[in-house]
Ligand binder design. Structure first.
Ligand code: WQD
Length: 345
């Protein structure tokens, strides 16, 4: 009997790639996404890759009644993966009310449905941003959370606490909080990838948009940090490895392997890559020269963060399979395809 999973935010970058991995691993998927930061074409791209026509409910999860109606129309759901959230760090500083209103109410409404419809396995899209400027590196799941650097990060910290307390109060409910580091790259088929509906601000899409000619240059935000080459260090994780971490997490819960009602896992490659090293990786893996300049630091940037992955490897049996070169190569292949598609519009 196929396990049925509801994926909220399923039309987004990580959500859509995770749907592909779930289908590859035999799951039946139902998506709920109001296309706030995605586009209906994503359904066609998922079909192109998997041959499966996924159903997406265009519903705002802040609307409790509309959310409940989706679960009423789809009985016998075995698990939920909750991606749907506003996720721009910079935008959250300008619009904190919108971020708390959207991210918290949508989480609460989905949790209410999990309780009302006896759905016991729940995966939450959390973030390395809950660590803030961590006081130790690499960070483990036991590294204490520091003060959130943005309202976005705070919604993830609060979300983790809500789910932890909810799991304590509902004995049949079990959850995994996945703390993503820097997701990047695209599906190897180049039929799907990151397609931000607003101006990308993350490093890897900025690099590929510069290389394809949509942008004049990449500005490296600071080269005077206390790191090996002066630029900030991050832990970039290929989106398909990140997708598989969700599938492995669901299987772990459905096989009752969890030891606590709510468990936390870092999802990353487990090594730090600086901005300048990322630029070099792009040029090396694509043979494209990149036009970049050194600029001022960006407000709110964490100097360095990267993860220790031992727990996910030991408990979930999950390991990243792709490195920074694969991230850059697949991101570039997708950018070339995506630019042709948008050029036709
Ligand atoms: C990476 C590095 C920039 C753009 C993201 C998400 C956040 C969370 C963690 C999931 C930084 C530098 C960037 C540019 C640059 N993910 N940079 N020039 O800030 O680490 O956070 O991953 O929850 O939601 O936003 O990612 O890609 O913006 O920046 O020099 O044009 O690249 O300073 O050091 P960040 P990013």
């Amino acid at each position: 009997m196929q396990k049925r999973v509801v994926v909220t935010g399923g039309m987004g970058y990580i959500g859509s790639h995770t749907i592909i991995d779930l289908i590859d691993n035999g799951f039946e998927v139902i998506s709920i996404d109001n296309y706030l930061n995605s586009e209906p074409e994503v359904l066609d791209r998922i079909f192109d890759v998997t041959g499966v026509r996924v159903k997406n409910y265009n519903v705002d999860l802040v609307d409790a009644a509309a959310t409940k109606a989706v679960f009423e129309a789809n009985p016998n759901i075995d698990g939920i993966i909750h991606f749907a959230a506003l996720k721009s760090v910079g935008e959250s500083v300008e619009k904190p009310w919108e971020y708390f209103h959207n991210n918290m109410n949508s989480l609460l409404n989905v949790l209410k449905c999990a309780a009302d419809f006896n759905i016991s396995s729940f995966i939450f899209s959390s973030s390395c941003s809950v660590y803030g400027n961590a006081n130790e590196l690499p960070v483990t799941e036991n590294t204490p959370m520091q003060e959130a650097e943005s309202p976005y990060a705070r919604t993830k910290q609060i979300g983790e606490h809500i789910i932890t307390d909810f799991a304590k109060a509902h004995p049949d409910f079990k959850a995994i909080l996945l703390r993503y580091f820097n997701p990047a790259g695209a599906h190897e088929s180049a039929k799907i990838g990151e397609s931000p509906t607003y101006n990308a601000s993350n490093l890897v899409p900025v690099i590929t948009e510069t290389a394809i000619g949509k942008r004049k240059q990449v500005t490296v935000f600071g080269s005077d940090y206390d790191t090996r080459d002066g630029s900030c260090v991050r832990d970039y994780i290929h989106v398909m490895d990140l997708a598989n971490a969700h599938t492995k997490s669901l299987e772990y819960l459905m096989q009752n392997k969890n030891e606590q009602a709510c468990e936390i896992f870092n999802v990353a490659i487990g090594e730090g890559v600086s901005v300048l090293e990322a630029v070099q990786a792009f040029e090396r893996s694509t043979q494209q020269k990149l036009n970049y300049v050194i600029g001022e630091r960006r407000e709110g940037d964490v100097i360095a963060i990267y993860a220790n992955l031992d727990k996910a490897a030991a408990r979930l049996g999950w390991q990243p399979k792709r490195d920074i070169d694969a991230i850059m190569r697949t991101a570039w292949e997708w950018e070339k395809v995506r630019s042709k598609q948008t050029a036709k519009v």
